[in-house]
Design a protein around this ligand. Sequence first.
Ligand SMILES: Cc1ncc(COP(=O)(O)O)c(C=O)c1O
Length: 361
Amino acid sequence: MGIEKLIKKDLLAFGGYSAATSPETLEGKIDVATRDIIKLDANENPYGCSPRVNKALSQFQQFNIYPDDGQEKLRKLLAGYAGIDAKYIVAGSGSNQLIDLLIRLLVNKGDEVINCTPTFGIYSFSTKLCGGTLVEIPRDENFNIDIAKVKSAAGKKTKIIFIANPNNPTGNLTPRKDIIELLETGVPVVVDEAYYEFSGQTVVPLMKKYDNLIILRTFSKWAGLAGLRIGYGLFPPEIADFILRIKIPYNVNAAAIAAVAESFKDTDYLIDSVKKLIAERKRLFTRLQKIDWLKVYPSQSNFILCRVEGIDARELYKKLQAKGILVRYFDQNRIKDCIRISVGKPEHTDAVIKALREIGG
Ligand SMILES: Cc1ncc(COP(=O)(O)O)c(C=O)c1O
């Protein structure tokens, strides 16, 4: 009775995270069978994981045993791929978990976190959850970061500057020289490379020079393992030690660990699917540009952001959903009236373009 009185005051107004729609939740609500839904709202990989992962997991005999809490083998495998010693690496249940852990480690109530908006929602989600203060530095009209403004906002209370690179949902990259300028402030800079395999750009070579650089990566996008929840971070070794200490035990599940090992045995397959998606990104971009009521933003990632001009963006999103095509719709601030379309297979591009034409002309 009145149990909600026990909830921390700071959390009473917490709005939560608005996640992508799960197709099964639409069953019976739209006239499209769940298996026919085209899901282009969460930047997942339509080619799926390596078939080696499916095979290995179907034969896996150790689901009854806890995984290695210290992630020793996993960290060594990740070290080989990332090109850095395992002492820099910690894996998480998705890179989201590492964002959360890092904020918990560094941000006290009242400390500041700089966010270059619009950007990925979890940075603000976890900052608010920890009682941190968000300092939002809006990007310019092309979504580039105003480095001078970020630098002048960074002060004694600043604990983290977040840069998603490429940025989600805008798809653009921040040049390395700008990241270096921010690193020179001495404030911890998180460069979130969730889409690295699609952009080909990384700041890993800067890790050894800057002990305030943190890089995040994931298997959700390029490796088709979003549902298994596995990501990793490269941290200065002292920070990596602390992240390992404060994480929940066994935070990465056994299936995910096995899946990473199999994925690395099949990088040709995965790189091929990345190449197909990059080619499809170009095709989707060209076709979207021909629709005169869309402003299409260039992308170095596996999704494309479009501003809907002249027709109602929310209606468009709902009508696409009714046709069984899921895209992400945004209604806040700088990305008001925007939709983000994940790059799919060629037939998904054809279906989404056909639907957009049917709805908006
Ligand atoms: C920029 C960015 N970082 C991190 C993530 C989260 O990835 P994960 O599935 O590894 O938690 C996403 C997912 O959309 C993302 O866009």
